[in-house]
Write a protein that binds this ligand. Sequence first.
Ligand code: 1GP
Length: 233
Amino acid sequence: MKIQKTYKAILDASEKNQKLLAVLLDPEKFDLEKTAEFLRRLPSETTHIFVGGSTVPEGQTQELVNAIKLHTSRPVVLFPGDVSQISKNADALLFLSLFSGANPEYLVHQQIKAVPLLRSIDLEVIPTGYILVDGGNDSAVSVVTKTHPISQSEPGRIVDTAVAAELTGKKLIYLEAGSGALTPVRAEIISAVKKELQIPLIVGGGIRTKEQLKAAYEAGADMVVMGTAFETN
Ligand code: 1GP
């Protein structure tokens, strides 16, 4: 349960202003038989494969992680909707605490439930402050966690939430507009958050085009996560 290789590489890239791209695969929606072809066709800029979803049946994460590891050397990082999605064969786990909403289950209780398993496997754990902002539609994160996103008209609150997460010891901040968001996190918000952070910033949700990707990078995202755009293409 240490911060190691995968995190250090993200930190290093952030310090050198090298931008990272994670493609998110949801085990519930992904056809395992297409793993090899899917990975072969990813853009060369792809640096990480994220695996996770809001409602994944038990066992499916492990199967998908194993299939991905057969065909790529890119780090496979778990982005779990809950404790049942932790797989020992991944390279690292985003140990998410949902800072934007008032539900202790996703701030700390899921994390406590994960400890017996984490104690028994050798998985890199990356403490991550997860902040859900309003992407203009009802996100799965909001529904599953029963929390409200922070409105993008409250940039100050989003910045304060991110800084609070860093001050509690998180090593990454993930600004999330929700998968399939109609409005990705606005560039001004990304810049405002990035300006006050000492740690790398991940941004995801609703980013579908190269222009949106570039805008997020230029605003200060160290890593962008894209899921839906690859599901539909
Ligand atoms: C969801 O941020 C990710 O958690 C990716 O969102 O599916 O909209 O790309 P999209």
